[in-house]
Write a protein that binds this ligand. Structure first.
Ligand SMILES: [Zn+2]
Length: 561
């Protein structure tokens, strides 16, 4: 206390000398985390014990003794008890606003009986209030006893004022209640659209509320675009979910509508995730006209650049390969619609490059990747050297010769480790053993000089960096069939994986001077874990939990006891 008083007096004097009166505590800090194990991400000084935060920035990282000297009366002091601290995670590929809608929608997958199904819908109607649609659901009637499809008369009494349109988990049928059928004008007299079915009660001939395939569109067409207030609610669900997972920054693969929502949250001071938004490459002319360069914006929200698609996905056999699919020899995949008319992608890339815009282009199959590398190479040759940090999203299947090109072009490989272990269950069946060798080739890309930026692709995979780190380090598939790792030569170390979720994510968005590491002057985005993932067996990383998340100098999730 005495020492504090002396320090206070000195600091008061200094602040008076400096002509600064707004901080009576002078050199004291707002938040001090001590007695921890801090991985800073700074190669010159990778480890520390303590972090001091003032305002929204890190003031110091050092020993506990050093940081304790900065503790004053107004300081929130957190004793970490040896816990591991990392820079806040940066998820480099999400569908962040869409994820919020998924979090907020009704969960019917878990409904194991008719009563449970009805009760969940009734609860959702009470929660939403009159007039709002009840959507999504992913129900399954197989566990019901007796096994029967749900009917609108089960739920009409609990949803008189809420249209309901909830889908079966396969997406091939929906249950609509009477309110929804009325809006859609569906009656016993409605003609059945080709490729669809309107299920009717055999006794009365009235629709039961089950619509299949193309008939679903009759109701889908009535669902209004969500109101702005609903988008805000979804965005707030996303940012809470991010904080719970230690994610302090996301790269949002979306559109201007998403930007508008996060902009409003930022304006209201309620944005607790930094959002870096990529919008479709079809908007290139608009950004060029506005003379916008990447990245545009501030520390909370940025317009990052342009997102494009070269091809489809492996699971649906639409990723574009040089050779046919092993299990479907009649196809080698498809180029995306954005590739047509021919030559348009290359022209847009050149135009974006001349304007100084960053590109993030989805490429999954080996041919899609190769074509993209050609286009990137041509743009560099045409427009000359520049710090572009162009990205390849997914970079999933690569010809061995193309891996080196990632390094030569200084590209970011924006890859998703959880997809690797998830697809690892069935990918060999689709592409065979030879192409498998350079699949999800994280370590080869890293060694070739590409910058690995990890992400989740949430909601396709969970927004859980710890799960991503586990996947990248172990490459164990969830079916337990690859205990030593699937395509094991492509495992990376824990440090490399953490780096890909922090330092490299910041680099991928031109923000390495302000975040991604823990050091003086950096934004105070931190995550505290419940175990030391650097020292435990890698198999245990998947069970690690986030204890506390600090965003912009404030604790936004959890606590350390
Ligand atoms: Zn995606």
């Amino acid at each position: 206390m005495k020492a504090n008083c002396r320090a206070m007096a000195l600091i008061l004097a200094l602040t008076v000398l400096a002509g600064c009166h707004k901080r009576p505590e002078g050199n004291m800090v707002d938040l001090a985390l001590v007695n921890g194990k801090v991985w800073t991400g700074d190669a010159a000084r990778p480890w520390a014990e303590a972090v001091a935060v003032r305002g929204e920035k890190i003031f110091a990282a050092g020993t506990t003794a050093e940081v304790r000297k900065l503790v004053g009366e107004g300081t929130k002091l957190v004793d970490l008890g040896g816990a591991l601290v990392l820079p806040g995670f940066i998820d480099s590929h999400t569908h962040f606003l869409a994820g919020g809608f998924a979090l907020k929608s009704i969960a019917l997958r878990e409904a194991k009986s008719r009563e449970d199904f009805v009760a969940r819908i009734a609860a959702k109607a009470r929660e939403l209030g009159p007039g709002r649609w009840i959507l999504n659901g992913d129900w399954d009637h197989q566990p019901f006893d007796p096994v029967e499809l749900p009917r609108r008369d089960w739920i009409d009494a609990v949803t008189p004022d809420n249209p309901v349109c909830v889908n079966r988990l396969d997406g091939h049928m929906i249950l609509a209640n009477s309110a929804a059928l009325k809006l859609a004008g569906v009656t016993r007299a409605t003609p059945v659209p080709p490729g669809g079915e309107i299920v009717v009660d055999p006794a009365t001939g009235e629709p039961t509320g089950i619509l299949k395939d193309t008939a679903m569109d009759l109701v889908y067409a009535q669902i209004p675009e969500p109101a702005f207030a609903e988008k805000l609610e979804a965005a707030e669900a996303s940012i809470r979910h991010a904080a719970a997972n230690g994610v302090t920054s996301v790269h949002e693969m979306a559109d201007a509508a998403s930007f508008e929502v996060f902009e409003e949250l930022a304006r209201l001071g309620r944005l607790t995730t930094r959002v870096h938004v990529y919008i479709p490459i079809t908007e290139v002319d608009l950004l060029v006209r506005l003379k916008m360069k990447s990245p545009f914006g501030g520390p909370y929200l940025k317009l990052a650049g342009l997102k494009a698609f070269m091809d489809g996905s492996l699971g649906s056999a639409t990723a574009c390969f040089f050779e046919p699919y092993t299990d479907e020899p009649g196809t080698s995949g498809l180029l995306h619609g954005q590739m047509y008319p021919e030559g348009i992608m290359e022209r847009r890339i050149l135009e974006a490059d001349r304007a100084g815009l960053q590109l993030a282009v989805h490429a999954i199959g080996d041919r899609a990747n190769s074509l993209l590398l050609d286009m990137y190479g041509k743009a560099v040759a045409a427009n000359g050297p520049r710090d572009r940090r162009w990205r390849v999203e997914h970079a999933q299947h690569l010809r061995p010769a193309d891996i080196a090109r990632f390094g030569k072009l200084g590209l970011v490989a924006a890859v998703q480790p959880y997809h690797a272990i998830d697809d690892g269950r069935w990918a060999e069946g689709k592409i065979g053993p030879e192409r498998l060798k350079t699949t999800y080739a994280f370590e080869s890309l890293r060694r070739a000089g590409a910058v690995l930026a990890f992400g989740s692709d949430w909601t396709v995979a969970p927004l859980e960096p710890l799960m991503g780190i586990y996947a990248a380090v172990t490459r164990r598939t969830p079916d337990g069939k690859n205990p030593d790792g699937w395509v094991a030569g492509e495992k990376v170390t824990v440090e490399q994986a953490v780096r890909a979720y922090t330092v490299n994510g910041a680099w991928a968005e031109f923000a390495e001077s302000s975040k991604g590491t823990i050091g003086p002057g950096k934004l105070a985005d931190l995550v505290v874990l419940d175990r030391d993932i650097f020292s435990i067996a890698p198999e245990g990383i998947g069970e690690a939990k986030v204890r506390m998340t600090v965003f912009d100098g404030r604790i936004v999730h959890g606590t350390v006891r």
